[in-house]
Design a protein around this ligand. Structure first.
Ligand code: FMN
Length: 356
């Protein structure tokens, strides 16, 4: 039995039985990670404890969009919103961590309790970008940067009280503040929990947002890879508009996908009529199809594929559809700390077998 199966069958049900609020449990875990990364030997301990049976063997040298990654597995946006536990998360075996989403100013997000674990390894998220704000996130990353040795991505978002007309300046400000701490950046206007945010995916709003982020990069020292994250619920016309903008500004690529608000999937999971976005296995098929469509239309763009990856098989399906890297969030919650390394190893073997 794999360590992640053991976690899923024995440890996770125990955590569920404590009836601690999901977000509270999450914060406690991040607090433990933060503590471990701050003590001598803590990162090595994490690395050893999270090792799958038979050792890690998940290291390879992957070159994508001009950066080098030790494996294909990325921690998706939302897990470490404030960039406080990046060294510890990398010690679990991730090839990269995407910090955020980060807003310009501190905000609390929606009222608690706003994260629900659902059957089948799915999650309902109603958070609405709680963020310490860009300046504090920069401080957090500054404090731990000496222990960060893999590429870090940073997701940029908008405070809820900002008008659409202020969006470009605000995204640009986050970009400017966090420029030194990220190797690549993601514009997020596809989260479902900030009212009206989705509108910013329209070219009339997205064009000035991109221009603002690129201008800030030029002023701070030059362009770094820039991505746009898309929703699985967008129409093809909307996605196509974003792909055209990627070409117009020579952007690096797309993160596909964010969570879904689809009513059928919500009712299937017993949360019909609830606000928020669903992530986890119910999203896998659809997000993979979005990746395939994007890759077919724009094969030159890099794609960070995410949505319901919970096995080597589902990760490989996303790679076959056109993803260059694979992001996970929900499966880490249900399968535990050794899952990133297990997944990286499994995917590496599948890619190697394909080549034979
Ligand atoms: C609790 C929670 C919080 C999230 N927060 C963010 C966020 O701040 N920004 C973002 O772009 N995506 C966020 N996401 C979406 C994930 O990054 C990812 O796109 C989605 O969960 C699909 O991947 P998964 O099925 O592996 O979880 C969040 C997801 C969850 C479950």
């Amino acid at each position: 039995m794999r360590k992640s199966e053991l976690y899923e069958k024995c440890i996770f049900p125990f955590i569920e039985n404590t009836h601690v609020d999901s977000e509270e449990a999450h914060n406690r875990v991040v607090g433990i990670l933060q503590f471990l990364q701050s003590i001598p030997g803590g990162l090595s301990l994490l690395s050893v404890l999270s090792q799958p049976w038979g050792g890690k063997d998940n290291k390879e040298e992957i070159q994508v969009f001009g950066l080098s990654f030790k494996n294909h597995i990325v921690l998706a946006e939302g897990f470490d919103k404030n960039g406080i536990a990046v060294p510890a998360l990398l010690a679990l075996g991730f090839g990269s961590v995407i910090v955020g989403s980060v807003t310009e100013h501190q905000q609390d997000g929606n009222p608690l309790s706003r994260v629900k674990r659902l059957p089948g390894g799915n999650i309902l998220n109603q958070m609405g970008f709680p963020s310490d704000g860009a300046v504090q996130v920069a401080r957090n990353l500054e404090r731990t940067k000496k222990n960060i040795h893999e590429p870090v991505g940073i997701s940029l978002a908008l405070n809820r009280n900002r008008a659409h007309g202020e969006a470009a300046a605000s995204y640009g400000k986050v970009q400017q503040t966090l420029y030194p701490y990220g190797e690549y950046f993601v514009i997020n206007a596809s989260s479902p929990n900030t009212q009206g945010l989705w509108k910013l995916q329209q070219p009339i709003y997205m064009r000035p947002i991109i221009e603002s982020c690129l201008n800030q990069m030029e002023q701070r020292g030059g362009r770094k890879p820039l991505f746009i994250k898309v929703s699985p619920d967008s129409s093809w016309e909307e996605v196509d508009g974003i792909l055209k903008l990627c070409d117009e500004f020579n952007l690096t690529g797309i993160v596909a996908t964010n969570t879904t608000t689809d009513a059928c999937r919500k009712s299937q999971l017993g949360v019909a009529g609830e606000e928020g976005g669903i992530s986890g296995p119910v999203l896998h098929f659809w997000s993979t199809e979005v990746i395939r469509a994007i890759h077919t239309q724009s094969p030159h763009l890099a794609i960070i594929g995410m949505g319901g990856v919970n096995s080597g098989e589902t990760a490989k399906e996303k790679m076959d559809a056109g993803a260059s890297l694979i992001g996970i969030y929900s499966s880490l919650i249900f399968k535990g700390p050794s899952f990133p390394s297990e997944l990286a190893r499994d995917l590496k073997e599948r890619i190697r077998n394909d080549r034979i």
